[in-house]
Design a protein around this ligand. Structure first.
Ligand SMILES: *Cc1c(COP(=O)(O)O)cnc(C)c1O
Length: 237
């Protein structure tokens, strides 16, 4: 069940407050944390309400689903960024590179090389994040921790890609405090990249409905929130 408009607006206010409080605790500026409203399975109508309530970035995990909604919401195109946060198959790379403003889920060299070639052909520079699979979970995509820096050095030499930072989906643990070490690990990796001279690698996309406050305390700059904003997903699209 998707939320009624009033419930969505209330959820939005509550999330904004929780983001502000977490920033406060961490002595960070609210403006350094961007809410990515994860709109997979959410209808275009609901997304429109969220954008009217101030959402500036939308996260989708499937190229085709996103394309359909982008068409329905074409009039909002200049007001929002669309980020791809799900695994990208190489045969959808061309479509993804032309539709999305940011691809957060780059996780191997051949995909990076392909995206670079496509972006070059299209005469654009595509901002990307590297997805890191910190716990080595077989069920999740993302590059292994030990492969992250090598992949960063490769992307650095791909002129049509702009490496903006790192993304992770850590294990789901009941107590969000238990996720904190993973967020710390991603931040340490980002700091290593900055120390190695990868100056553009500043963003940390980490934290979801269940654990975004801990992620903000650990330095998240993009929090990806779905269910806490739109309600439980029904997967009937
Ligand atoms: C679905 C999804 C989210 C949002 O998860 P919620 O728990 O609903 O907030 C965040 N990141 C990724 C990569 C996702 O696929």
């Amino acid at each position: 069940m998707q939320k009624a408009d009033s419930a969505l607006l209330a959820a939005m206010r509550s999330i904004r407050e929780r983001i502000a409080l977490a920033c406060n605790r961490a002595e960070r500026h609210e403006s350094d944390v961007t809410l990515v409203a994860v709109s997979k399975t959410v209808s275009a109508e609901q997304i429109r309400v969220a954008v009217e309530a101030g959402v500036k970035v939308l996260g989708e995990n499937r190229v085709q689903e996103a394309e359909a909604k982008m068409t329905q919401l074409a009039d909002l195109r200049s007001q929002v960024e669309w980020h791809l946060i799900g695994h990208l198959q190489s045969n959808k790379a061309r479509k993804a590179a032309s539709l999305f403003d940011v691809v957060q889920s780059v996780d191997d060299e051949s995909l990076a090389v392909r995206l670079n070639r496509i972006a070059e052909e299209e005469g654009k520079r595509l901002p990307v994040l590297i997805e890191v699979n910190l716990a080595g979970e077989a069920s999740k995509s993302g590059v292994a921790l030990s492969e992250a820096l090598p992949l960063m050095s490769i992307i650095r030499h791909l002129p049509a890609l702009e490496l903006r930072g790192l993304m992770t989906v850590p294990p789901f643990l009941e107590n969000p405090e238990d996720v904190r070490p993973f967020f710390r690990q991603l931040r340490a990796l980002r700091d290593q990249a900055l120390n190695a001279g990868l100056d553009s690698c500043t963003q940390l996309s980490m934290g979801m409905s269940h654990d975004f406050e801990v992620a903000i305390e650990e330095g998240a700059t993009l929090v990806r929130i779905g269910t806490a904003l739109f309600g439980a997903r029904t997967y009937t699209l």
